[in-house]
Design a binder for this molecule. Structure first.
Ligand SMILES: NC(=O)C1=CN([C@@H]2O[C@H](COP(=O)(O)OP(=O)(O)OC[C@H]3O[C@@H](n4cnc5c(N)ncnc54)[C@H](OP(=O)(O)O)[C@@H]3O)[C@@H](O)[C@H]2O)C=CC1
Ligand SMILES: O=C(O)[C@@H]1CCC=N1
Length: 267
């Protein structure tokens, strides 16, 4: 399969590297379109078939075009792409917020898949939800699904509208996790630990706890209860979190992310 990637930043290249790792695409079958000259220089070591700064007619020769520019750049990219895209090509957009119908009308092109991955895709441990326009045929859909699965797990959505909520939950989710880890490491430092020791304590706690969620036959409430002894330390912390409405604040943040995705759809 020949793949063009427009916007070769964090996510575009996470996808490219995952496809390579599983031998789904050869290096020479990539066309990388990247505006930033600094990024272009670092992309040379990737040795793609073609590396360019401009969207040109050669894009029409690729089976799949991945749109991985920021949503705010889509207007400019879409206008250029509309001139060169060919009817049988598939467009795979990972841009937050931009609806399928906007992509279709801007590009005057029907075969569009809209997906929302997250950064663990870099390790093949991401989760991507995606929806497809009916014009994408089943063979094309299966091939794209294989590609997405090289980046981790995937969920097919019948209802594209759910993608803004996916963006808020799992698309942005890694940043929430890192934020929590950072806050815990800071607390460890305040209690006198070296950063490396605090980081080790927190990281291994997160890893072990993740595996407990997956393997212990207990609900989240039961898992919490198993840690929080009556009148003990955990209870003291949880009570403080409740008083500060930490859970509510987290939920409100996630709703704010979803609202922003909807705003981006109008950019
Ligand atoms: N980062 C994440 O966790 C996730 C991001 N996404 C989505 O993926 C998309 C990309 O995000 P991310 O990889 O983080 O962003 P990056 O900024 O890392 O990458 C986007 C790249 O596209 C380049 N670009 C801008 N305009 C053009 C153009 N006309 N032609 C070619 N390249 C261009 C940018 O250059 P320059 O910097 O010079 O503008 C930049 O290098 C976004 O739409 C985002 O919503 C989805 C899921 C997760
Ligand atoms: O912050 C953003 O807009 C993108 C979408 C999901 C993760 N990063």
């Amino acid at each position: 399969m020949k793949i063009a990637i427009v916007g070769c930043g964090n996510m575009g290249m996470a996808f490219a590297r995952a496809f390579l790792k599983f031998d789904l695409v050869k290096k020479e079958d990539f066309l990388l379109v990247e505006k930033s000259t600094e990024r272009q220089e670092s992309l040379q070591s990737f040795q793609p078939g073609v590396l360019t700064g401009l969207i040109g007619p050669q894009i029409g020769e690729y089976d799949l075009v991945i749109l991985s520019v920021k949503p705010q750049d889509f207007a400019a990219v879409g206008t250029a792409l509309a001139r060169v895209v060919q009817p049988t090509q598939v467009i795979l957009s990972i841009m937050a917020g931009i609806p399928m119908k906007t992509i279709q009308s801007t590009l005057q092109h029907q075969r569009v898949i809209r997906a929302m991955p997250n950064t663990p895709a870099m390790l093949g441990m991401g989760i991507t939800a995606y929806a497809a326009s009916p014009e994408v045929d089943i063979q094309q859909l299966r091939k794209i699904e294989n590609l997405i699965n090289a980046t981790g797990r995937s969920v097919f959505l019948e209802d594209e509208a759910q993608l803004d909520a996916v963006t808020a939950l799992s698309g942005s989710g890694p940043a929430y996790f890192f934020y929590l880890v950072k806050a815990m490491v800071e607390a460890g430092k305040q209690m006198g630990f070296e950063e490396s020791v605090a980081t080790l304590l927190v990281k291994q706690t997160m890893l072990g706890s993740y595996h407990l969620i997956n393997n212990a036959d207990k609900s989240l409430d039961e898992l919490i209860k198993a840690v929080a002894s009556k009148g003990g330390t955990t209870e003291a912390a949880l009570q403080h979190f409740e008083e500060g409405t930490l859970g509510l604040t987290l939920a409100q943040g996630i709703h704010a992310a979803r609202k922003r995705a909807t705003e981006l759809s109008k950019s």
